[in-house]
Design a protein around this ligand. Structure first.
Ligand SMILES: [Zn+2]
Length: 190
């Protein structure tokens, strides 16, 4: 029986999930690279690579991977969590978003936090990263401290944002997500 592939399939063994993620990302790349984005010509697969070379203009292209920053924000014994309308009922997660042109990942984390919650952050520190094949992101995970401001959400992209005390966290992202790893790491260490 076919099932949708997504990040909450915790029944699938981790190594199989990794393989499936690679396959999903490569299928996406094949779909997105059927024509040369420079001249519209016909690309051919390069040997020993997932890249392609255009038969007409010669330009080479490789699978597009989109960097995102995801950030755990701390204030004393509290975490700032957000909720998006499309998430499972009651589930809260972390601020995250796509890297913009000209930004560092740290700047991306600061901007996304400001845009999604109205909060200013400081001490933005890199923790770890995760391939996120939905369809082709690389999530760079950060931890940051509250610097100022009060919560403001737009009500569209972000439905709710609030401070949760570590002892009473809501329904959280799936175990294998970088969001959950960041939350668990922080709440375990402190
Ligand atoms: Zn071309």
């Amino acid at each position: 029986m076919a099932e949708p592939f997504n990040a909450v399939q915790e029944r699938i063994p981790a190594d199989l999930m990794t393989m499936a993620g690679i396959g999903k990302q490569l299928l996406h790349w094949q779909q997105m690279s059927r024509f040369c984005s420079r001249c519209g010509g016909q690309p051919h697969q390069l040997a020993n690579s997932w890249g392609k070379k255009c038969a007409d203009c010669g330009s080479e292209q490789f699978p597009h991977i989109h960097p995102c920053a995801i950030v755990l924000i701390r204030r004393d014994d509290q975490l700032l969590l957000i909720r998006k309308p499309e998430w499972a009922p009651g589930r809260y997660g972390l601020v995250a978003g796509f890297l913009d042109v000209g930004e560092s990942l740290e700047e991306c984390a600061i901007r996304e936090t400001q845009e999604e919650t109205g909060i200013e952050i400081k001490n933005v520190r890199y923790v770890t990263s995760q391939c996120w094949p939905f369809p082709s992101q690389l999530m760079a995970g950060f931890v940051a401290d509250y610097a100022g401001g009060s919560i403001q959400v737009d009500g569209n992209e972000v439905e709710d944002a609030r401070w949760f005390t570590i002892g009473s966290l809501p329904n959280l992202p799936a175990q294998r997500s970088i969001a959950r790893f960041l939350i668990d790491s922080y709440t375990r260490i402190d």
